[in-house]
Design a protein. Structure first.
Length: 363
């Protein structure tokens, strides 16, 4: 199978992986040829990439979590946020009902951790968790998946994985109390508007701090995920030594997920550009060891995707390199006008050739 941008898919291509809407409804079933109306349905639902069957790659590509669980996660976070927001207007928001809502988030966190721990691959293909309609709920779940993978790479125990996941699922809870017109403003924020945005970690923390079923690790993530090593973060201008290591971990995942998602005020950047931005901000914003671990496990080029190489060749990703995802084994596409031949090349052995990006044209 091969990963193809939605705008490059030609009618007649056979879908390799079933896709669903955000609400969990079946959109397109695998194994069937695509026609224009089907491709348009996927596009209107925010799908940017599809896996199709072809002769370039026969390898099956597993999801790091089951699609059903990801849909359940987004819907659970959405429902939980809405319920907690409603309870916030009551005299005693820390009620038995809010206790149950946090327990639901905790149970979901356990499912996500268990699912990833039992998968064959502990590397995340970002295109498998992306669509254009990326709201707070998608962002919370996507960031949690990134955080679990990074925490596993860093060697955290399972109990810590659970706390990290709970905190990450709830890290943007405070945005519920920020005016929508500021959150979704299409242009640059004014100084006053950004000051309001910067209150969301405190608002989320204040809401959750008296909940007896949320632990200090999760709370530190909610409160400190926008702090920076330089001391120029918010809300408390903490420096590296004073920031919770769990919040440092999540801040990397939060920024990467945000950079690779469309926002009201800008378009998403490519995954490899986002990785370069993270590396360039080590020391000032992020922990270097954590960023290096992140790069090992977040794969911008999944098996089956077509890429452009710096030597002008096109290649299909054949095998990922678990220790350095930017240098996989690729198969160079050679067209002799009568047949297509694939010539393997290990980029770990060919350092004068690099991947420039995904190839977005039809083949």
């Amino acid at each position: 199978m091969r990963l193809v941008p939605i705008n490059s898919i030609l009618p007649g291509a056979v879908l390799s992986k079933t896709i669903y809407s955000k609400s969990g409804a079946l959109l397109l079933r695998s194994g069937y040829p695509l026609h224009e109306k089907m491709i348009d349905t996927a596009r209107k639902n925010g799908i940017e990439f599809l896996y199709i069957e072809d002769s370039y790659s026969e390898q099956l590509i597993d999801n790091i979590i089951k699609p059903e669980l990801r849909r359940k996660a987004i819907l659970t976070v959405k429902k939980s946020f809405e319920q907690l927001h409603k309870l916030s207007t009551e005299i005693n928001p820390n009620s038995a009902e809010s206790y149950e809502i946090i327990n639901n988030i905790s149970s979901l966190a356990g499912e996500l951790v268990d699912n990833i721990l039992f998968t064959k691959q502990i590397a995340l293909h970002l295109v498998d968790i992306k669509n254009r309609d990326n709201d707070t709920y998608d962002h919370s779940v996507n960031t949690a998946l990134l955080a679990i993978v990074l925490a596993i790479e860093l060697g955290y125990e399972k109990k810590h994985l659970h706390s990290i996941t709970v905190g990450t699922l709830l890290h943007d809870l405070g945005k519920l109390f920020i005016p929508t017109e500021i959150l979704l403003k299409p242009g640059k924020l004014t100084f006053e508007e950004f000051t309001i945005i910067k209150r969301h970690p405190t608002l989320g923390y204040d809401y959750l701090k008296n909940q007896i079923n949320i632990d200090p690790i999760s709370l530190s993530i909610v409160y400190e995920h926008h702090e920076k090593s330089s001391g120029l973060g918010y809300p408390n201008n903490l420096k590296a030594k004073d920031i919770s290591p769990f919040a440092k971990l999540v801040s990397i995942c939060d920024v990467y997920e945000a950079l690779t998602s469309d926002r009201a005020y800008r378009k998403a950047v490519s995954p490899n550009e986002a990785l370069e931005l993270l590396m360039g901000s080590c020391g000032s914003d992020f922990d270097l060891e954590m960023v290096n671990a992140f790069i090992k496990r977040i794969n911008p080029y999944p098996v089956g995707s077509i890429v452009k190489l710096s030597n002008k060749d096109l290649a299909v990703i054949k095998k990922t390199n678990s220790r350095y995802v930017l240098r996989p084994v690729v198969s160079i596409i050679k067209d002799n006008c009568t047949d297509i031949n694939l010539v393997d090349l290990d980029l770990m052995e060919k350092f004068d050739v690099v991947i420039e990006g995904l190839y977005s044209e039809a083949l």
